[in-house]
Design a protein around this ligand. Structure first.
Ligand code: DHK
Length: 154
């Protein structure tokens, strides 16, 4: 096993990017029986409270191309990337290919445990290119992801 000397170092002054996919802008009123009542703005506040000294870029888009453009931006300017691709998880080779170019740690995140849901939610295009996957912890999964990313980027 590689010793501490070989641990990859990241520029911690660079931001952690937290990207959210389609329909997550409707959290709080979107299928609350599945996704809960917490809004995306409240989740963003929870992430910033968890790491007040860490630069965080928190974004949401329903557009696949925009998420890809933000992955490029994170590739050029970020230290780590947390992504909840939502439904694009199961459809987007384009997002998978963009993530392949990201040099830092990637955490794939889902509010629900996708593996406990219908079969269409079981095959992720993102997991093969992610450092880690967090699913089923609800909105608190974002806080767990931010803290884990803090450790990964040192
Ligand atoms: C959110 C969605 O919008 C679904 O399409 C995913 C994910 C699950 C979530 O659990 O955060 O499949």
């Amino acid at each position: 096993m590689a010793g501490p000397a070989s641990r990859k170092t990241y520029d911690v002054t660079k931001a952690i990017y937290i990207l959210n996919g389609p329909n997550l802008n409707r959290l709080g009123r979107r299928e609350p029986e599945i996704y809960g009542h917490t809004t995306l703005a409240e989740i963003e506040a929870m992430c910033r409270e968890a790491m007040p000294d860490q630069a965080i870029q928190f974004r949401q888009s329903n557009k696949e191309f925009e998420l890809i453009d933000w992955i490029y931006e994170a590739t050029d300017e970020g230290a780590g990337l947390i992504i909840n691709p939502a439904a694009f998880t199961f459809t987007s080779m384009a997002i998978m290919n963009a993530l392949k170019m990201f040099p830092g740690p990637i955490i794939e995140l889902h509010i629900t445990n996708i593996h406990k849901r219908e079969p269409i939610y079981h095959r992720s295009y993102i997991s093969p290119v992610a450092t880690a996957v967090i699913a089923g912890l609800g909105p608190k999964g974002y806080v767990a992801a931010v803290r884990a990313m803090g450790d990964l980027i040192g």
